[in-house]
Design a protein around this ligand. Structure first.
Ligand code: NAD
Length: 481
């Protein structure tokens, strides 16, 4: 069994309490590693290290900071196989997807390094003669990155790369379900020669480590990805010091399939979106609205597509879907499906995978006869379950899609430009995908509306989350010779 250590101020250390917790493989339920249970004192040490090293790091030209990022990206590529295996073992996604996550992470870090020569301020016209107004983009200071378990490796980079290129330092807290890949990331950071204190990693309880990060006065911004409930707690803790928060929270993405849609394309994209990472993706289709005229054909093809989905050991090549993350997730998904059936939904395929003695598996599941008011149409499922509803016209589809407390992503399938334009203007979500699967680009902007979050990640606008402005008014004497 592997044993990992916290990474604080450039050194791998144990928690001051010496306490540890176990990490479980969700496909086998075996213990795979022992990880430090950090205390408030450990967390403060990490924040202090990040705080002390930040001034010097910010003075380094951005192009020099970029060199370290590129070295880390190279280190990830060199260790890609081992990293993918580590992710599969603790998170349960299939190996090919884990490999995509690792490769995408390296590319993301390189992409953020490219911003080195593009972080720009402004010179603003003054109302006075002989005056310049300079607007600087400055680092915020110490960033706390608090992570979920579903894309655990990529999310380290999504926080760390924009933080570091803009001159901030960071303390990362991984999810207790998936800390191993973060420790492997820290080893690559250590090998890159990044100066001590710039990147720190502290594992432990959200209520201890996470809460300390959100309420520590030396933290300048909490960049959090996770559930709405935790996001709300973090906002509360951060409010003590008026600390900035950037929150990427849950979603309940609607997919609208119009009567002129390419049905095969819609079925494939929505099915892929529902089974990728066993349905545990914030941006993926969580409910489908199908036009009455094509609903029967769509449902038939969707059932066939879901039937073909192979689930099982995520290490195996011939598997499309692994287990859910833990027993709590399994209970939650199964409970939601049972309640939906109790409310009148019909399960045409799927349900719990009780025949498997070990692992947190749930079958690819399709629910028809769902109604808008049902819990399963409003609450995030986070499992491979697809509730299908019918609509009669675009107005109704848009009304149903918007009837939701989340506002992360959405999608629409149609050949009609007028329909696309109406959806683009009337759907109240941070992202809309037209005739394609839900998957954001690193140069885009991933930001939820309503309870899906505040702020956003990726691209130019995501990078701007990590800087603050400093405006300097400079008067000068024009007569001076
Ligand atoms: P979670 O909220 O349970 O946990 C996320 C992290 O917060 C963990 O590291 C946890 O230890 C920590 N935490 C828990 N309590 C805390 C507290 N009081 N203070 C500070 N930190 C605390 O979420 P999860 O189950 O790990 O992830 C699943 C959720 O993440 C889903 O809702 C999903 O939609 C969302 N998600 C959103 C995005 C996005 O980009 N919007 C991406 C991935 C996942």
């Amino acid at each position: 069994m592997r044993r990992y250590h916290l990474f604080i101020n450039g050194k791998f250390v144990d928690s001051v309490s010496g306490e540890t917790f176990n990490v479980i493989n969700p496909a086998t339920e075996e213990v795979i590693s022992e990880v430090p249970e950090a205390t408030v004192e450990d967390t403060r040490k990490a924040v202090d290290a990040a705080y002390e090293s930040q001034k010097k790091w910010a003075r380094l030209p951005a192009i020099e900071r970029a060199k370290y990022l590129r070295r880390i990206a190279d280190g990830i590529r060199k260790n890609a196989d081992m990293l993918a295996t580590t992710i599969v073992e603790e998170q349960g996604k299939i190996r090919s997807l884990a490999r995509v996550e690792v490769d995408f992470t390296a590319d993301y870090i390189d992409y953020m390094a490219e911003w080195a020569r593009r972080i720009e301020g402004e010179i603003i016209q003054s109302d006075r003669p002989n005056e310049n107004i300079l607007l600087y983009k400055m680092p915020i200071g110490v960033i706390a990155g608090i992570l979920p378990w579903n894309f655990p490796f990529f999310l380290i980079a999504r926080k760390m790369a924009p933080a570091l290129i803009t001159g901030n330092t960071i303390v990362v807290k991984p999810s207790s379900d998936t800390p191993n890949n973060a420790f492997e990331f820290a080893k690559i950071v250590a090998e890159s020669g990044l100066p001590e204190g710039i990147f720190n990693l502290v594992s432990g309880k959200g209520s201890v480590v996470g809460n300390e990060l959100a309420s520590n006065p030396k933290v300048g911004m909490v960049s959090f990805t996770g559930s709405v409930e935790t996001g709300s707690r973090i906002m509360e803790a951060a409010s003590k010091n008026i600390t900035k928060v950037s929150l990427e929270l849950g979603g309940k993405a609607p997919a609208i399939v119009m009567d002129d849609a390419d049905i095969d394309l819609a079925v494939k994209a929505i099915k892929d979106s529902r089974v990728i990472n066993t349905g545990q993706v914030c941006n993926c289709a969580e409910r489908v609205y199908v036009h009455d005229r094509i609903a029967d054909e769509f449902i038939e093809k969707m059932i066939d597509a879901m039937k073909e989905t192979r689930y099982g050991d995520p290490m195996k090549e011939d598997v499309d879907m692994g287990p859910l993350i833990n027993s709590k997730a399994l209970e939650s998904v199964d409970g939601m499906v049972k309640r939906a059936i109790g409310e009148g939904a019909k399960m045409v395929i799927g349900g719990s995978a009780e025949e498997r003695k070990k692992g947190f598996f749930y079958k690819p599941t399709v629910l028809v006869d769902c109604r808008q008011e049902m819990e399963i149409v409003h609450k995030e499922i986070f499992g491979p379950v697809l509730p299908i509803l019918r609509f009669k016209d675009l107005d109704e589809a848009i009304e149903y899609a918007n009837d939701c407390e989340y506002g992360l992503t959405s999608s629409i399938y149609t050949q009609n430009l007028d329909v696309v334009m109406r959806a683009a203007n009337e759907i109240k979500f941070g992202e809309t995908y037209v005739n394609r699967e839900n998957f954001e680009a690193m140069q885009g902007f991933h930001a939820g509306w309503r309870k899906s979050g505040i702020g956003g990640d990726d691209g130019k606008h995501g990078l701007e989350e990590f800087v603050k402005t400093h405006v300097v008014y400079i008067q000068y004497d024009q007569e001076k010779k």
